[in-house]
Design a binder for this molecule. Sequence first.
Ligand SMILES: [Zn+2]
Length: 486
Amino acid sequence: MTDMIEDPVLPAAFVPTPTREFNAASANRSAARQLIRPALKLVRSTDDKSAAGPAIPIPIPPLPIAFGSRALIYKQDPSVTEIGLRRVLLRGLFGIGPSNNRIHLAGVPPVAPNSMNDFVQAPDTAAFDAVHTFSIVHLALTMCQRAVGAVIKWQWNSGANTDPIKVFPHAGVTMNAFYSRNEKALKFFFFNKPGAPTPAPVIFTCRSLDIVAHECGHAVLDSLKPGWLSGTGNPQTGALHESFGDLVAIFLALSQLDQAEALIVQTKGNLHNKNFLSDLAEQFGLALGRDNGLRNADNDKKLSQVTSEVHDLSQVFTGGIYDILADIFLLERNLGVTGEDEALTLVKCAQYVFRLVLRAIHAAPATNATFANVVNQMLVIAAADGKPVGYRNAIRNQFTAREVVVSPTPLTQDVSDDDVFEAVDHPFLTVKENGLQDRSGCCGTMRLREHQFDERYLQEELDELQGGIGGEDDPHQQFDHAEAAE
Ligand SMILES: [Zn+2]
């Protein structure tokens, strides 16, 4: 039985505005308005200048439904102090936990909403971690659902099965985080910072927006493309899974107006300038066994420059999508008097590019999908959306430069509707000798045994066992037996 956490004492800075008093006054005003609904409000006719002119009715629009709870989240993670925390408004009805029909927390004390139905908690507490993790999963799922314009079930959901995903913010001590289809769970672990003097600070993977969004991306993609998680298919299929997790993290950050504005200010609108979005989370990347951070989106890697290792390979696709975002942003940006704020343009472009990617992935083959499959679907969908040809030129150019597809026409010409883009053959990008993808640089999801789906994974361990020492065959042990018998 876990203790319920209620009404924590918060530093003043963490109390959301409006204040309780403001809210109470606002409720009174709303109640007063309710009294005159659905009656019509009466105003004096503007045609009649006399004070005693005839009253005319005007309809009053219905009051908006204000279901929602406020929460605090890290814009990136606790190490990125310059951008820190932000408040978010989660739309919907949330129970104690927080929880809803799609997401249940586990392994941490449930958090109750305060009297304003908010879940604002002080950082560095289990209650904060619970709310933070729930919030990021909720926001990432919402973004993905909006991108496809439909509710996205979890992989195990069917007509009768509406089981939510179980989310463990404090799953245990290890440097890991993963999505598990068998356990219907997202698990986030914690560990002491490696190499730090005692007492080493504890790093919680659930406090990273990137990591939570990345793992949630695996869960969403496993629902849309259940055949993509197996470890025996084309390494590019596994790479699409890893890349999608990173893209969910990047585009979730870019769906937040203040993050988009911060990026514009930092880069002066050139997304290829060094920035927090493309090269952060190195500390957490290390935690997941990567030596180059969770994000390495702004890279120039071509398929001939990476290995078959799935995370290495994934950078080519992630980098291509980031480049396309940068190109489309430049196409749409309008700094003139008829234009709009750049940050707003960036948010819109990012929203479209993510929609494009997710729909293209959805339309790609059910198994063994390649980067070229998704790129071709992106070209088809961008054309069907009626987007300017510049969008398709950007898609073609970036993935031709990265040696993913071959363009039948020079890149100086516009893409034509008749163009067919063949995949570039890279015979060295194959599975390992045992027929499995090399996932050694991936996050925990891709290295879970259940997602390998193959006895050969276990055979690897048995083979290693053959080369081990000790056991009954060991001559030293036989000697010991002999001695013991005497
Ligand atoms: Zn991953």
